[in-house]
Structure formats: C-alpha cells, structure tokens
Design a protein around this ligand. Structure first.
Ligand code: C2O
Ligand code: CU
Ligand code: CU
Length: 458
C-alpha cells in the first residue's frame, strides 16, 4: 500500500492518545526578535535576535552527568539551529544544518536533548548563517557544574563578552556581507558589551574569592585580558580544567569562542574598583568592574586547588600519532592561488569573486568528501599552519584536543586554538565521537568565506 500523507495522519489520529508526548514538559528556548539596550544608557534600544528575548540568552546550568533538554522554538524570520559549543554531544544534537540536522524553519520546533559528560564553561549559539545570527545576538552561556569538588567561592560569575557593530546614528546592527571584513580580520565591532551591557559591574568585598567564567562570543575580536586589583590562577580553558593552574598575572588572549575560567581573590581595597581589562585597543578599557565595598575577610584564602579533571579519552604516546597538515591560505595581502570550491578547481581570483577568500589545503568551503576520516579511537596530530596575514581561531566540533607544547609533549585541552599569522600550532585529537563534524575558523566571517570544512569519525 502506498502511504499517503492522509493515511499517516489518519493513522496517528486514531491512536488513543493517553499521555502528552514526553517532550511536552521540556522547557522552551525561543529564538525571537527583541530589543536590547546594547549602546550606553541614553541611547535607543537595538533590535536584536535573541534567545527568550535576552542578550545574552538565558544561562543554562546543569550538573555534570545530567542532561540539557530544550525545545527550540523558532519565531525568527529566518531558519535557525543551535550549536552547543564545546560540549561533547552526540552528533545528532550538534546543531549544524545540512550536516547533522535540517535547519529549523520559522514556526518550527526542534528538541535538543543530550547528556553532558564534562563540567565547565561552555556556550550555545546559532549555527545557521552564524556570521549574521550570532552577531544579531543569538548566543548564551551553558554552565556545567562539577559533579563533586566544586571550588568554594563567594561569587561564580559568568562574563560573556561580545562585540557589536552598530550604526552610530540609529544604534541598529550594521549590515552584513561586506567583502572587506571577510577578507581581513573579520567583522570587528564598535562597541564591546559584557553580559549584554556596555557598563557591566558588580559589588564585591576585599578578599572575596571569585570564579570568573569569561566567554568570548564576539564575531572576530580577539581580546587580550589583564586583571587589575584581582589576583589568582587560570583553572580551565575552553571548559577543560588545567592540571596545574597557572598564575593569571600574564596577559591572556581569548579568541572568538574561547573561554577562560579564573579563580581570583579581590586584592583591591574597599572603595576601589577592581577590573577585568581588555588591552587590545585604545590603550585598554575595563570590560567588567568590581566595586569593592567595606567588610570582607581579614586575609586571603589558601591557594585555589585545580578543578577535578573531566573524563576525556587518553591520548597515549603523542609521538605515535600520525601527523596531518592543515594549511590556511588566502585573505588580503596574500590572496588565493588555484583553489577548489564547490567541487571544481578554479583560479583564485574567480573564487574570490564568489565571496570565498580563504582555504584549507587549497579547498574553500565544504566539499562533498570529508577533509579526513578516522575510525573511532584513532589518534591524530594536525599541524595547523597559518600562511595568512591574520590570526585564526580554529575550532573542532564534537572533540576537545590537546595543543602540543614546543617539546612535543601534550599541552592543554581546548576546543578552539588561536593561530597567529605566520605561526604553526600542532594539536592532537582522539577521534572518539562518531559522526560528521565541522572544523572551521571561529572568526565567523572567515568560516563563511572559505575556512570551513568537515571530518568524519566512523
Ligand atoms: Cu561555536 Cu561551529 O561553532
Ligand atoms: Cu562548536
Ligand atoms: Cu579566520
């Protein structure tokens, strides 16, 4: 019998519908149009696209080993999908239209439901036309609390920093698709916010201990962070605990999508303001202020201990792992040679006319075939060579990886690595999560203009 739509619907309708479907009780996460006060007080609000109408989106916080369940309801005038950045989910929940799911059309819903194996600071953001949708506000924090041995702090503070390009007259979000941005450093904004505010601050007391969870949700801006009136250690990078916490006294670079968790004590005096400072332009400006009020402990506490490790796969002996190369080419000042795009090798100039300015190993954008294919459990090193005049923050979906140290030993775990112009960084990954996964630059304009590929784990 041919199954027609009518017979299917009729069949369903005939079922005794004793219970509401299991997902009826799942909280909704609505992708919607809204207004937010992005520009300083006194300016108009800005029309944004936002989860539950909030910028950033609502904080989703669960215990390690628990589940995240959200029914995404799309009321935007555009297709969308949600990616859960950095958390090791099953492939079907990764939120990449065309690769792991169909885009969620306006008026449609999609159930995201997955277990969270790792504690730490993660985030979620749109992965459909992300260059534009993330810049319009579709991003929020995802915090996974340690199952045990969480650090004892007075304040657990999420600091989601973002970079907006607003029209200075109307404070509306400036138009997209400018080839100059795509072929240079990406879409750099003209206003930086923390937790959606131009002037974010909170009150603390001297010697309070804070856990700062800093998330870079910007389209392209690399922040260089420094502490003032705060002292402590770096305890996690991209969600993953650092085995031996390092003093947070150095300047800390944070590429788009990267996170850094700090445990710091307030050492400024009552009446002063401690700051998280960004140094990357204008001689430095505060991105988070901590007003020190009277009271507080007499002395600082003992040094913070490392966070409990996450259950990541064992990397084995790095020297045994086969080495591959990922060469980044293109962009302003360098350009492209013959490049493969949409299944055809073309002259670099022709590819650039199609809005593709970057390549990985001579290939711009997604190809039919995966960039590489690994069997489950295989270990690989990838040498990432930046042959361009701009920095790139390269992100792998579904896996964290070790950034190798100069002496060939295993370095920190990350999900996004910043590779400076002319620099080579080697990473090592254990392919333990089956499925089709993206590998792309998280300067979102670069991803849409060539720096985007995928790999398969069987
Ligand atoms: Cu933050 Cu492809 O993702
Ligand atoms: Cu991701
Ligand atoms: Cu890039």
């Amino acid at each position: 019998m041919r199954v027609t739509r009518r017979s299917v619907l009729g069949g369903l309708g005939a079922l005794p519908f004793a219970h509401a479907p299991a997902w009826a009780s799942v909280p909704v996460l609505a992708a919607q149009e809204a207004y937010a006060q992005i520009a300083p007080e006194g300016y108009d609000t800005t029309p944004v696209w936002a989860y539950d109408g909030l910028v950033p989106g609502p904080e989703i916080r669960v215990r390690q080993g628990g589940r995240v369940s959200r029914l995404l309801r799309n009321t935007l005038p555009d297709d969308t999908a949600v990616h859960w950045h950095g958390i090791r989910v099953e492939n079907a929940m990764d939120g990449v239209p065309g690769l792991t799911q169909n885009a969620i059309a306006p008026g449609e819903e999609f159930l995201y439901d997955f277990a969270v194996p790792d504690a730490g600071t993660y985030w979620y953001h749109s992965h459909n036309r992300s260059m534009e949708q993330v810049a319009r506000g579709l991003a929020g924090p995802l915090i996974i609390e340690e199952a045990s041995d969480a650090p004892d702090v007075e304040h657990d503070v999420v600091l989601m920093i973002d970079d907006w390009r607003l029209d200075p007259e109307t404070v509306e979000i400036a138009p997209f698709g400018n080839f100059h941005d795509l072929s240079h450093a990406g879409r750099i904004g003209n206003i930086v916010t923390t937790n959606g505010q131009y002037d974010w601050s909170m009150k603390v007391r001297r010697h309070d201990r804070l856990r700062l969870r800093v998330v870079n949700a910007a389209n392209a801006r690399v922040f260089r962070l420094r502490l003032k009136g705060l002292e402590g250690v770096i305890v996690a990078l991209d969600g993953m605990p650092v085995a031996n916490p390092v003093p947070a006294s150095v300047d800390m670079d944070l590429a788009p999508a990267q996170r850094i968790d700090l445990i710091v004590d307030v050492v400024a005096e009552a009446g002063e303001v401690a700051d998280l400072v960004s140094l990357e332009r204008d001689g430095g400006f505060s991105i988070a202020g901590f007003e020190v009020t009277a009271g507080g402990r007499r002395a600082r506490r003992e040094a913070a201990r490392p966070l409990p490790p996450n259950p990541v796969p064992d990397a084995g002996d790095p020297a045994q792992a086969p080495l591959m190369t990922l060469r980044m080419e293109g962009g302003a000042m360098r350009g492209l040679g013959p490049t493969r795009h949409k299944g055809e090798v073309k002259d670099g100039r022709a590819v650039m006319q199609e809005g593709q300015f970057w390549s990985f190993n001579g290939q711009a954008g997604l190809d039919e075939m995966p960039f590489f294919e690994l069997s489950r459990g295989e270990v690989r090193r990838i040498s990432m060579i930046n042959d361009t005049a701009f920095p790139h923050g390269i992100h792998l979906h579904g896996h964290h990886f070790h950034v190798m140290n100069g002496d060939g030993s295993l370095g920190v775990l990350r999900d996004t690595v910043l590779v400076a112009p002319g620099e080579t960084r080697q990473i090592l990954m254990v392919a333990d999560n089956p499925g089709d996964w993206l590998l792309h630059c998280h300067m979102l304009g670069h991803a849409m203009s060539g720096m985007n590929t995928w790999f398969r784990v069987l």
